[in-house]
Write a protein that binds this ligand. Structure first.
Ligand SMILES: Cc1cc2nc3c(=O)[nH]c(=O)nc-3n(C[C@H](O)[C@H](O)[C@H](O)COP(=O)(O)O)c2cc1C
Length: 365
């Protein structure tokens, strides 16, 4: 039987199976505060049957939001709303819940995806100044970033620390640092976005310097009793971009400062990149990272669309866990159904047990 349905230990956190809900922005917050939409959405994710649900990219500061509707966790109002969201969810479901924290860098200040296609906000729609490794915009029509200075770095590190502290306080079980997809920390890692000529640009060692400073700061404030991971790009899908081998080295640096997982995604630094988004397209990147980080949990993600594909990733040792995004949005019972298909057993919440596949086999509806 596939190991996917077996419990797994991510650092200090035990999860009941090896399927994770990937973080997905919902563009439904007001002033960064989670509201009624998040209550029902998190309920769906928590009851999905996944071993861990990671909440969407949540900004460490107002300027760090991707869009004006993204979640944030930098002030007391947001903290109180997250605390009540988690406590309501915990009242009916014990699935561990993680949060992804990040800063959108030069890709901040956009509209929600379904408003104007997620393009940069205009000044009259409330655009705000953005930050980047240099003053080069992400792409034509995107805002010119303010090139980050040493004092900006100090402030950013403290924003990440503040957010991580609050995430612990409100009761998240796990935290994922967003160092992927061309957002702030990813843009420092990528030679495409980071053309600095100081000690933060150039060699991989230099490009990793600021992201690792943030990673260490987050590690220092996030308790050792809770799981901590990072999402990183295995590739920029671009000739001059980050490579899987470089990602593996960044992963080793994170492992060395006690990060429990490495979640391998790709893309987002080069607007012209041709991404070959086929079934399980990012798994080779996860394999490379795993081969150099054998003792750290590696999560594979990206168009893992059915039970067979998910089980294969785990059973072939390509990665330790699989994360699934859109399939769960489409069908919040995807993890339940996948585990049932692979094991013949379905572990539904009590309220839904009478819908179980096992029951259906015994008696027709
Ligand atoms: C609506 C949507 C929102 C997303 N938001 C985030 C996010 O907040 N953070 C992140 O790292 N990735 C985000 N992603 C990427 C997903 O986590 C995932 O890596 C990607 O969708 C590929 O997995 P899938 O094929 O299973 O959907 C998002 C994807 C979608 C579809």
């Amino acid at each position: 039987m596939s190991k996917i349905a077996q419990p797994y230990q991510i650092g200090p956190l035990t999860i009941s199976n090896r399927i994770i809900v990937a973080p997905m922005c919902m563009y439904s917050a007001k002033n960064g505060v989670p509201g009624p939409f998040h209550a029902q959405h998190l309920g769906r994710l928590a009851l999905s049957g996944a071993g861990l649900a990671i909440m969407e990219a949540t900004a460490v500061s107002e300027e760090g939001r991707i869009s004006d509707r993204c979640l944030g966790l930098w002030n007391d109002e947001q903290e109180a709303a997250f605390a009540s969201l988690l406590s309501a969810t915990r009242s009916y479901c014990q699935t561990p819940i993680g949060i992804q924290i990040g800063h959108a860098g030069r890709k901040a200040s956009t509209s929600a995806l379904w408003i104007n296609g997620g393009k940069p906000l205009s000044r009259q729609d409330g655009a705000w100044p953005v930050l980047g490794p240099t003053d080069t915009p992400f792409s034509e029509g995107w805002p010119v970033p303010h090139a980050i200075t040493d004092s900006d770095m100090d402030r950013l590190v403290s924003d990440f620390e503040n957010c991580a502290r609050r995430a612990d306080k409100v009761g998240f079980d796990a935290l994922e640092l967003h160092t992927a997809h061309g957002y702030l920390l990813s843009s420092f890692l990528s030679p495409i976005a980071n053309t600095r000529s100081d000690e933060y640009g150039g060699s991989l060692e230099n490009r990793m310097r600021f992201p690792l400073r943030v990673a260490q700061a987050v590690r220092n404030v996030w308790p050792n009793s809770k799981a901590l991971g990072a999402r990183l790009n295995g590739s920029d899908w671009s000739e001059h971009g980050i490579t899987p081998e470089e990602a593996a080295i960044f992963g080793q640096q994170l492992s060395a400062v006690d990060y429990d997982w490495l979640h391998i995604s790709s893309g987002g630094n080069d607007p012209m990149a041709k991404i070959s988004a086929q079934s399980a397209y990012q798994i080779p990147f996860a394999q490379t990272v795993k081969s150099k980080n054998p003792d750290t949990t590696v999560i594979a993600v990206g168009l893992i669309k059915d039970a067979e594909a998910a089980a294969e990733v785990i059973d072939n040792h390509s990665a330790d866990l699989v994360a699934v995004g859109r399939a769960v949005l489409d069908n919040p019972n995807w993890p339940h159904h996948t585990l049932a298909e692979l094991t013949g057993h379905e572990d539904l919440p009590h309220q839904y047990e009478r819908a179980s596949l096992v029951w259906r086999k015994r008696a027709p509806l």
